[in-house]
Design a protein around this ligand. Structure first.
Ligand SMILES: [Zn+2]
Ligand SMILES: [Zn+2]
Length: 175
């Protein structure tokens, strides 16, 4: 039995948390699809703000971060390497693809937009994605390709650039 008002409040919160959990559980059981969707939506809404906050916090707490990382590294080097890989991938996605990689791959069913083999990377159509500090990361400017089609495309772009800079007079002569 609660004896003080503080205790009573604590008790009240606990009871209601349980009620809320129970209500949530029932909702999830009745509408599993809708529940998954709403979690996904709220996560996406908050993801950007959360990531920004985390980056800021890490910048402000370098020593803490280093200590924590060292602990993880010592405890499980393989897990540490995997985490670094994931982090690097997420950074690459954020900087080079505006965080759209997963969505773009999904839109194309994970397949190369050119040959429909499994896609390996995302190409910037304006060709500047990997060369400028602020690439055009609009979804319309990005397309998933396999390595083979990507190499072929860039070879064709190079040939075109060469021929238009070196041979444009002769090209126009012959036309
Ligand atoms: Zn391809
Ligand atoms: Zn490319």
């Amino acid at each position: 039995m609660p004896t003080s008002s503080a205790e009573y409040k604590r008790e009240y919160r606990k009871k209601n948390a349980e009620k809320a959990r129970e209500w949530n559980r029932r909702y999830r059981a009745a509408h599993p699809e809708r529940a998954r969707e709403s979690v996904k939506k709220s996560r996406a809404r908050n993801q950007e703000a959360f990531d920004a906050y985390q980056r800021e916090w890490r910048r402000a707490n370098r020593e803490k971060v280093r200590g924590y990382e060292q602990k993880v590294k010592d405890k499980d080097p393989a897990a540490w390497r995997e985490r670094r890989r994931q982090y690097a991938r997420a950074e690459h996605d954020r900087r080079r693809h505006g965080g759209l990689s997963a969505e773009l791959f999904q839109q194309h069913g994970g397949l190369c937009a050119s040959c429909r083999e499994p896609a390996a990377l995302i190409h910037h159509i304006d060709g500047k994605g990997t060369t400028v500090a602020h690439p055009n990361n609009a979804a319309e400017n990005q397309v998933p390709l396999c390595h083979r089609c990507h190499r072929g495309l860039h070879a064709a772009i190079r040939r075109q650039a060469l021929s238009s800079s070196a041979n444009s007079p002769s090209l126009s002569d012959s036309s």
